[in-house]
Design a protein around this ligand. Structure first.
Ligand code: ATP
Length: 202
């Protein structure tokens, strides 16, 4: 089976930035956020099941899933939330594994924001955590999304803590410096992962 590195990190830590640097080295990416949208795309089994459960009112005027409404409907209803997670989590997991299987690079980077929180670290051979301080998480996210710091701080507190992520990581990439430094860190890890994937049974 293919060698898979699970890339994670808190909000605004730089997962996308790091993933794109690996892609520049020719590594195929599997992105959990992208897959989560694919499994509820128009005509998908996922969307059909959601319509059966919540009714067609869960669609926008153009026939797409109304994510804001869905979020609202599961926000304060633990049972509905569980129903939705039990539907989507296996579909997302299966689709990610199928994309890994179809990848052609020597190893694959799986980008999963909630890798540890959702137990997806069990699907990967190695975990890589993008690490920055909470202060930098807040300032970079506020700048990127034009949201307020309190909102970002609430999200940080809902995610697995910095120390727990660091304790569970096989590898850590420090993203508190310049992008040029980050690129060098990625290049070094890429060499390491090529080596590890070569030793890994194909
Ligand atoms: P999220 O989980 O919130 O989607 P993420 O972990 O994918 O975030 P990015 O979007 O890659 O994080 O980075 C967050 C913001 O910080 C972006 O605007 C990005 O351009 C910027 N950024 C990333 N790394 C650096 C860096 N080393 N120096 C300055 N800005 C950076």
């Amino acid at each position: 089976s293919k060698f898979v590195v699970g890339l994670t990190g808190g909000i605004g830590s730089g997962k996308t930035t790091v993933a794109n640097l690996f892609a520049e080295e020719g590594v195929d990416l599997v992105d959990a956020d992208v897959v989560a949208r694919e499994v509820v795309a128009p005509n998908s089994q996922g969307l059909k099941a959601i319509i059966d459960h919540f009714g067609a009112e869960i669609l926008t005027a153009t026939g797409e899933l109304d994510r804001a409404q869905l979020r609202q409907r599961v926000f304060s209803d633990e049972q509905q939330r569980q129903w939705l997670n039990q539907l989507l989590h296996p579909m997302i997991r299966q689709e990610m594994l199928s994309q890994v299987k179809n990848a052609t690079s020597d190893y694959v980077i799986m980008v999963v924001p909630l890798l540890f929180e959702n137990g997806l670290d069990r699907l990967v051979n190695r975990t890589l955590v993008v690490d920055i301080s909470p202060e930098l998480q807040i300032s970079r996210t506020v700048k990127r999304d034009n949201v307020d710091a309190t909102q970002v701080n609430n999200i940080i507190n809902s995610q697995c803590s910095r120390s727990e992520k660091l304790a569970r990581a096989d590898d850590v990439i420090d993203n508190q410096g310049e992008i040029s430094t980050l690129k060098q860190e990625v290049q070094a890890l890429h060499q390491r992962y090529l080596q590890l994937s070569g030793n890994h049974d194909a």
